[in-house]
Design a protein around this ligand. Structure first.
Ligand SMILES: Cc1ncc(COP(=O)(O)O)c(C=O)c1O
Length: 440
């Protein structure tokens, strides 16, 4: 059996820092974790160590690793020839299922990743509105591209009206890219209204995560989301919900159903493929018909709607439609969240869990749960020192809480429908020792 350090040394000859993707790097380990296999709620690293997974493929693996029904779908695609660049009747079956979970999608288009889909949705909104700028919210994340990757993991200057100075999250962007973006603080109607007034007739679209798990678990207040909807309608601005993480995550399946607020365009990815690469965006017919071949906005790709992920996605959405699916997720979430909160109280660690559906953040150092609704308050209060000790001890104790936290927001974690009550008891037992250690 190869040692993790040896695999890292070999990988580093070919991949930058030995990682095939930047986010695979894990700060507590000082390198990526190289794994050998995964099943259900668990995976095994290359040295044979077992982990209970609370990262869950960054949210994609909602149905558990190696899910037998997804495997069956993959096998069906293999039997059929796993072709790409053709449509089938399975594609239409998928679209019907997607529409059930994302009812605002009268028409849809398939892509491969969430980033591709947010980029295409923004392009479409620009065509439809004849306007140029994108209004986004501080802290929210919509993928790593030059139209939208700004102000995710940073605090920058804010003016008296709640407009935040725009800064890219990576270097290498075209110098003028930031001119296409307006950044506003979240959950504040006055700031939103002010920005729309200031940039009147310039905002092509407003994009948001209805629950920004990328900020830990930053929920939109219901009245806020309803106000945003009304104002976008009044100002003729396309409202885009990025449901890449929220999709399928909570009863009754998507944030737009949970809040009862329908966007004009929705972006979907991650859990809809259960680990296979598929994304989609959809929306009102009159907007979507600006796409080619009817309209002039071109969106396509070699692997868009490839058969294997399409069949996998049909399997995922079918499972999520079955009775008991959300009961199970809720039972697991209730047990896990209450269990962690009890242990934090037992060990007198100033922290709490905020979870909605099958994804959650742990807010170390944030004493008042009302502050969770405010990105800036959390950024100031968060105790990064205790967080670092937590993720480091988890790795040593067979719990994988991937170190996704940047310099500002809490990390986000999740579980799958394959996590059993026994898994949660096992994890809570380990957390008891971990919290005892870090509270010393
Ligand atoms: C809310 C949100 N939107 C978009 C994306 C980009 O998706 P992908 O990583 O599939 O490109 C992510 C990825 O984490 C996300 O969390």
């Amino acid at each position: 059996m190869k040692k993790l350090n040896d695999i890292h040394a070999e990988a580093s000859k070919y991949f930058v820092a030995g990682a095939s993707a930047g986010q695979r790097y894990n700060a507590p380990l000082g390198q990526p974790l190289y794994i050998s296999r995964a099943n259900g709620s668990r995976f095994w690293d290359a040295e044979g160590n077992e982990f209970i997974d609370f990262h869950t493929g960054a949210g994609a693996a909602l149905f558990g690793h190696n899910n037998p029904r997804i495997r069956e779908a993959i096998n069906q695609a293999l039997e059929l020839g796993f072709f790409m660049n053709f449509d089938t009747e399975h594609h239409t079956q998928l679209a019907k299922l997607l529409q059930h979970f994302f009812p605002s999608c009268e028409r849809m288009r398939l892509l491969n990743t969430g980033s591709e889909a947010t980029q295409a949705a923004i392009r479409l909104a620009r065509t439809y509105s004849g306007r140029d700028k994108v209004l986004r919210f501080e802290g929210h994340f919509h993928g790593m591209h030059e139209s939208i990757w700004f102000n995710h993991n940073m605090i920058s200057n804010v003016d008296a009206y709640g407009e935040v100075e725009t800064h890219p999250d990576s270097v290498g962007f075209p110098i003028n890219a930031k001119d296409g973006v307006v950044n506003v603080i979240f959950n504040n109607v006055d700031a939103f209204e002010h920005a729309l007034k200031k940039y009147k007739d310039k905002i092509a679209c407003v994009i948001l995560e209805p629950i920004s798990y990328n900020c830990g678990c930053l929920e939109a207040r219901g009245e806020y989301l309803r106000a945003v909807r009304e104002i976008c309608t009044r100002e003729n601005t396309v409202l885009i919900f990025d449901e890449v993480v929220t999709g399928l995550r909570m009863r009754p399946g998507s944030a737009q159903k949970y809040y009862g607020v329908l966007p004009d365009v929705t972006v979907m990815a991650k859990a809809i493929g259960g680990g296979m690469s598929i994304a989609a965006f959809g929306g009102k017919k009159e907007i979507m018909e600006h796409l080619n071949p009817i309209g002039k906005t071109a969106v396509s790709g070699t692997y868009s709607g490839a058969l294997m992920p399409v069949l996998a996605s049909v399997a995922c959405l079918t499972m999520a439609s079955e009775q008991g699916f959300y009961d199970r997720l809720e039972d697991t979430g209730n047990k896990l969240y209450a269990g962690i909160d009890d242990l934090l109280a037992k060990h007198k660690i100033a922290a709490h869990v905020r979870g909605l559906g099958a994804r959650f953040g742990i807010y170390f150092g944030v004493e008042n749960p009302e502050d969770d609704f405010d990105f800036r308050k959390v950024a100031v209060a968060e105790d990064k020192g205790t967080y670092k000790k937590f993720v480091t001890e988890c790795v040593k104790n067979g719990l994988w809480f991937h170190d996704t936290a940047g310099p500002v927001s809490p990390a986000h974690y999740g579980f799958t429908v394959a996590h059993t009550s026994h898994d949660i008891d096992d994890a809570l037992g380990r957390l008891d020792s971990i919290f005892a250690k870090i509270s010393r």
